[in-house]
Structure formats: C-alpha cells, structure tokens
Ligand binder design. Structure first.
Ligand SMILES: *Cc1c(COP(=O)(O)O)cnc(C)c1O
Length: 229
C-alpha cells in the first residue's frame, strides 16, 4: 500500500490518518500512540523509520526483539511486546520491554510479578482479551476479564494500565473494539491497544490509545516465518 513512499513519508501519512481519525471522533490526536510493529522487518527499514523520528515499536517475539534492540535500546525508545509470552522468556522480556501488552493468565502474572520484583521495576502491563473467543488465540475470554484484572492488580501488584485485543480476521472489528472499550471502562483502565494496518481508523473511533501498525508503515513483511495468530 505504501511501498512507493519513503519510510519517512509513509510514517507521515499514517500519522496524519491517525490525527484525522482522532479529530473525527472528537478526540485529541496526541492521545493516540503509533506503535510501529517492526517484527520480521529488515533492519534497514527499521533504521529508516527510526531516523524519521519514530520512538515506539512493537515486537511479537522476545528472542527476535532482543537480537534487534538489545544494543540500541535507550530510554528514549519504547518497546512493547505484542505477541504471546512464555513464562521461560519473562526474565528477558522484563529486562527489554517497557510494556507487555499480552498478559492473559495467572501463571504469567505470577512470573511477571516475580521478575519485576527482582528487577526493581515493572514494565507497563496490558491484559489481552480474546474478544472473539477464538480457540487458537491468546487472551482471556471477556467473561473472565474483570476477575482476572482484579487479581493481576491486587494479588500480584502488577501495574495494569489497559487492554489489548486482536479481533477475528473474518469479522467486522467494530463490535470487538467496542467490547474491549467497555471492559476497560468498567475496570477503570485507560489504555486500549487495538487497531492494525487495515482497521486502525475504526479502532480510534472506538477509543484506541495505541494502534499497532506494521505493513502499512514498513511495507509487507518478508514471508519467512509463520505469523502467530
Ligand atoms: C503483526 C501484528 C500487528 C501488525 O499487523 P499489520 O497488519 O502489519 O499492521 C499488530 N498487532 C499484532 C499483535 C501483530 O502480531
């Protein structure tokens, strides 16, 4: 879609679409953060987006993120984990990431709390909700969300600031975005990570504070590995 644009121009175009969508919804464009999803992207494309001023990036695999970012992570860069997290990768994840957007089970809450205590700091935490209740997808089913959020905060002391979802690929996303916003509101959570390249304007209409955009920003990902659901 944006293959003909320079990375800087592609980013400017996305930022202006984000701002237009926010204003159309009566929102402040500054309340919507562009998360550049750099997973599987060649390093020259990522370097170009960095040079264009992008400072918030999303990665879906801990090992890949470490390989890419460990040497160049600075406090000015924000890294968000947006893909499934196994408990044996929690130590590395807590060390590298500023935000973990995929908390979805008790064992993971326990491991995160444990590593955060050892590290003396916790990343920001978002709870992932499987709004479509798809068996192959991570995330809590909506009915379990309130009790889990309360335990993540109360029992494990995690700094849960919001929710994240990936709607089913074959359904209009609006109902899923609305559901996520509703669960966040009743739990007093401000952050909503929802919306990707094809639907971020709709997500902004329903209150997204973080839109996760990969291909519309960097161009299509090279087809080397299978994407997790
Ligand atoms: C890959 C990925 C994205 C970005 O997808 P695009 O369609 O390329 O924008 C967003 N969120 C998650 C969780 C992803 O895994």
């Amino acid at each position: 879609m944006t293959a003909d644009l320079s990375p800087a121009d592609a980013r400017a175009a996305i930022l202006s679409r984000i701002a237009d969508a926010a204003r159309a919804a009566g929102r402040d464009p500054a309340d919507v953060t562009l998360v550049a999803v750099s997973k599987q992207q060649p390093s020259d494309r990522v370097a170009a987006i960095l040079a264009a001023g992008q400072r918030v990036f999303g990665e879906n695999r801990v090992q890949e993120a470490l390989a890419r970012w460990e040497g160049q992570k600075t406090p000015a860069l924000t890294l968000r984990l947006i893909g499934p997290l196994q408990t044996n990768k929690v130590r590395d994840a807590v060390r590298l990431f500023d935000a973990i957007d995929v908390l979805d089970r008790e064992k993971l809450a326990e491991a995160l709390a444990d590593e955060a205590q050892k590290a003396g700091r916790s990343p920001e935490i978002l709870v992932q909700i499987n709004t479509g209740e798809e068996p192959q997808k991570s995330g809590l089913i909506p009915d379990d969300a309130d009790a889990f959020i309360a335990r993540a905060r109360g029992v494990y002391g995690l700094p849960v600031s919001g929710l994240m979802c990936i709607p089913p690929a074959d359904e209009p996303p609006a109902l899923h975005f609305a559901l996520l916003a509703k669960i966040a509101a009743r739990n007093g959570l401000a952050a909503l990570s929802m919306g990707m390249s094809d639907d971020f304007e709709t997500a902004i209409r329903f209150g997204a504070t973080h839109v996760r955009i990969g291909s519309a920003l960097f161009g299509a990902r090279p087809q080397k590995s299978q994407e997790p659901a």
